[in-house]
Design a protein around this ligand. Structure first.
Ligand code: SF4
Length: 507
């Protein structure tokens, strides 16, 4: 199906190509779903909007935050007059909030054309077409998954890395979480299908994949193989050309030694682990209906570090869960102190409508939550700075990313991710080869801050570049998008000349 509209005053035969924009809110799962949505729209003939005036605007929403709906309706409100001026424009709302609010969205924002749920992203092009043809808003929400999202076309944001869904939904019932009611029970993809998708990404130039699921280490529960996740990691280790494997998120309750062994023994599985703590208080964990306790959590970290000594471990923490006492909060601080997280996503608890925790008594005053939150941040920032300081002097391999640091134009540094996922800003010595996004550079860390490392090579001896297939793929993608390959592609080798299009350090 091709989604085109006639340009004003033209016949259908010279219909112009429509443009789209996908606006994403929320978690990594949504970022991944948005790549699918972009892929579906491109497969239907639309192109990504570069002008800020897309013909189709898709909101991929998140229901996790209390004010998520206000934000969505605010955004939709801003688009109402735009749509009035451009009658051919279409607006679609998908994701968790759509799954939850359904027709309410059309009642509150009748200028929306399509509302679709988390289980039917694949229907979007058909729904847009139907809305246009029937001149009537379309609402389609399925209660369960019909096509696994990863079997749909994808438009990846970065050619050098990709997300691969291994499961969707979750069988746990954490009381603060809306996922089980919106995404349903865990559904696992077959290993063969996952490995085929990874192979296709690698064939396309990717050298890094992140396996994605709400609870990756329970992968296999649906087809009765408790060891399936460890086996999947080991199978990733057999894929030629795949250099970096990551996964998110595991759950401490079901995190077993076979997974730690597979991580340690599979060279392309990166020394990095995101392990959500949520709270260090056993009482709060119980109230959250998280079935592990702080001792077990610390035990996992100990085992991981025993097998993978330089693993960078990150976490999620919620502050101010209903009924959390000062003593409970102290327990969280204690576990954070002992865990030595490289980084943490910290959240102030806020009621999520539709979750059991929203109904709990003893919701804490905002001022109490804020004050605890600030103490937690101060502690975690200190630990992150200390842990990063220990990296100074270490040699790290960095995969260069297209995104650059905020100060890149002043510092002329490029950026990338180390094997342990730490963000590294590095300089290219004068006259040295300039890497492309996707290439791998080896540099020595010279400075540390809480959220990044700096590697300023004193000279070419401290700096080397390994050109990768991912860098080649980047060049191809650039050439396809603008018809001009990067200097590196044209000459086989890019060299820092002090004024290239990629920012490099001039001195
Ligand atoms: S494990 Fe808990 S927090 Fe994670 S998706 Fe499942 S219910 Fe939500």
């Amino acid at each position: 199906m091709s989604l085109t509209i006639p340009a004003p005053g033209s016949s259908t035969s010279d219909a112009r190509v429509r443009t789209y924009q996908v606006r994403t809110f929320g978690c990594q799962m949504n970022v991944h779903d948005s790549e699918r949505l972009a892929g579906l729209l491109e497969a239907a003939g639309l192109v990504k909007d570069e002008s800020g005036q897309a013909d189709v605007v898709v909101f991929n929403t998140c229901a996790v935050r209390e004010n998520a709906d206000n934000k969505l309706y605010g955004n939709l409100g801003q688009l109402a007059p735009v749509k009035e001026r451009n009658p051919g424009m279409q607006i679609a709302v998908g994701g968790c909030l759509a799954q939850k609010d359904r027709e309410t969205i059309l009642q509150k924002a009748p200028w929306v054309d399509v509302v679709f749920g988390t289980h039917n992203v694949g229907s979007l092009p058909a729904l847009l077409e139907r809305a246009r043809h029937n001149n009537e808003a379309q609402l389609e929400i399925l209660e369960s998954l019909e096509v696994f999202p990863s079997t749909l076309p994808t438009k990846r944001d970065a050619v050098y890395s990709g997300w691969v869904s291994i499961s969707v939904g979750c069988n746990n019932t954490c009381t603060f979480c809306i996922v089980p009611s919106l995404r349903g029970k865990e559904r696992d993809r077959r290993p063969g299908e996952i490995l085929a998708e990874i192979q296709a990404l690698v064939d396309d130039g990717a050298i890094e994949v992140t396996l994605l699921g709400q609870n990756v280490n329970s992968y296999g529960v649906e087809f009765g193989d408790r060891g399936a996740f460890a086996k999947l990691l080991r199978a990733c280790g057999q894929i030629q050309g795949l250099e970096r494997v990551r996964f998110t998120s595991p759950h401490p309750a079901a995190f077993t030694d076979d997974v730690i062994d597979a991580m340690a023994e599979t060279p392309n599985v990166m020394p990095q682990l995101h392990m959500p703590l949520q709270s260090g208080s056993d009482k709060v964990l119980k109230d959250m209906r998280r079935s592990y306790r702080s001792r077990k959590f610390l035990g996992i970290l100990e085992k991981v570090r025993e097998r993978i000594p330089h693993a960078a471990i990150s976490t999620d923490i919620i502050v101010g869960f209903p009924g959390e006492t000062e003593e409970d909060f102290q327990a969280t601080l204690d576990v954070v102190e002992q865990s030595r997280f490289a980084s943490a996503f910290t959240f102030q608890y806020s009621k999520r409508p539709g979750t059991p925790a929203a109904e709990l008594p003893d919701q804490l005053p905002k001022a109490v939550v804020q004050e605890r939150y600030e103490r937690l941040i101060a502690l975690q920032d200190r630990i992150a700075a200390e842990e990063n300081a220990r990296q100074v002097g270490r040699q790290v391999e960095v995969m260069v990313t297209a995104a650059q640091g905020r100060k890149a134009s002043e510092t002329h540094r490029l950026s990338g991710r180390a094997r342990d996922q730490r963000l590294v800003h590095f300089s290219v010595p004068d006259g040295a080869e300039v890497p492309r996004p996707g290439d791998l550079v080896t540099v020595t860390v010279t400075e540390a801050a809480p959220f990044h490392l700096i590697a300023d090579a004193a000279g070419p001896a401290d700096y080397s570049v390994r050109r990768s297939r991912a860098g080649d793929a980047w060049d191809r993608a650039q050439a396809e998008s603008c018809g001009v390959p990067s200097p590196g592609a044209a000459q086989g080798r890019g060299v820092s000349l002090g004024m290239p299009s990629l920012p490099v350090r001039s001195s």
